[in-house]
Design a protein around this ligand. Structure first.
Ligand code: UT7
Length: 337
């Protein structure tokens, strides 16, 4: 049967490090609060004219090099981001231009923290159907330019960082029930009833009024991310374990069968809670939030690339991936690495 295999993963964060102490000079917060409530110690921010597509390009180059293939072999780019460089067109075509592979297909998706899991699933469907053989899936974010630095926004602004991750998925012929490396399954969910619990209201065509552009009577509050932190936290703690179990059940696996868990990085306390609920030993959960904060669509591929670089992700390992975020969206994947 034709399945998708991870041929290579890559990641990139811009060089500028912003510590919690640095943040406390910009807004009303403290290193102690951020560490205790989230586990975050620092994040990376872009400088100058660096774009979202620039970050995606660097991560993609690393993934291509790890996969040992040339960019021109890519049939489809799936680009997941909530911080696109422009309203339209999507950021995928700007990455395509940088890679010099005009002509292949591109899809931009807007599933926020679950964006990369959705991207994996899209890649998997195209590969299983036989339509494409090599798909580049990218998660990339530039948050630092859109953060509310006033006291009003501090609960959200301390959480996010800039960065990108990428994966090349390629078609392989595997035998059912074999221990070959491939993406075993993906599982996707969303619930629009909670769309306004974590969102940026404007500008947008549905933003109300006669124009989507700033007017004197509109507070700039609407242009910044707004979150009902406690509601998001509670739902994440419910949906992440559900998503993990869905992926395991689909392959008749148990928690003990999993060698490594790569979870979305929104809050260390959420991941610790999931690990505790399933009695997962600490060394099997690979967290990067301490260094990079929440890079939304990029957290999962950054986690995969870092785990591989650290020697914690090796061929043959069974890897469970799960994410939850704005939308609400959530999902999971099981991978034989
Ligand atoms: O990736 C997308 C998904 N996102 C998430 O999953 C995030 C989910 N939510 C969370 O991670 C947590 O709710 C937060 C980290 C956002 C907040 O943690 P919390 O433990 O729920 O804090 P809180 O909302 O209960 O706030 C506690 C206090 C408040 O002060 P009072 O009312 O107790 O006096 C806040 O005003 O902390 C205050 N506070 C801050 N203090 C210093 C809020 N933000 C900050 C800050 N620095 N940055």
């Amino acid at each position: 049967m034709i399945r998708a295999k991870f041929l290579g993963v890559g990641m990139y964060v811009p060089p500028k490090v912003v510590t919690n102490d640095d943040l406390s000079t910009l807004m009303d917060t403290s290193d102690e609060w951020i560490r205790q409530r989230t586990g975050i110690e620092q994040r990376h921010w872009v400088e100058g004219k660096t774009t979202n597509a620039d970050l995606g390009f660097e991560a993609s180059k690393m993934a291509l090099s790890k996969a040992g293939i040339e960019a021109k072999e890519i049939d489809l780019i799936v680009y997941a981001t909530l911080s696109s460089d422009h309203d339209f067109p999507g950021t995928g075509v700007f990455l395509q231009k940088k890679l010099g592979i005009g002509g292949c297909a591109t899809i931009d998706i807007r599933q926020q923290c679950t964006g990369f899991v959705y991207g994996l699933s899209i890649a998997d469907q195209f590969i299983r159907s036989g339509m494409y053989k090599k798909v580049l899936v990218v998660g990339s974010e530039v948050h630092s330019r859109g953060l509310d630095r006033s006291p009003r926004g501090r609960e959200v602004s301390v959480l996010f960082g800039d960065g990108a991750g990428a994966a090349i998925l390629g078609a392989v012929d595997v035998k059912d029930g074999s221990k070959d490396s491939y993406l075993c399954s993906t599982h996707l969910h969303s619930d629009g009833n909670f769309a306004e619990e974590l969102w940026v209201a404007g500008p947008g065509m549905g933003f109300g009024g006669e124009t989507r552009f700033p007017t004197a009577d509109v507070s700039d509050e609407v242009y910044y991310p707004k979150m009902n932190g406690k509601t998001v936290f509670l739902h994440a703690c419910k949906r992440m374990p559900e998503a993990v179990m869905e992926a395991l059940n689909a392959s008749e696996k148990k928690i003990e069968d999993i060698d490594l868990f790569i979870f979305h990085q929104a809050n260390l306390r959420i991941n610790d809670m999931v690990a505790k609920q399933f009695s997962i030993p600490e060394h099997k959960v690979f967290n990067t939030i301490q260094k990079y904060a929440n890079t939304t669509a990029a957290t999962i591929p950054i986690g995969l690339a870092e785990a591989e670089r650290a020697g914690k992700l090796k061929p043959g390992m069974l890897v469970a991936i799960a994410a939850f975020g704005s939308g609400f969206t959530w999902g999971s994947a099981l991978v034989r690495w």
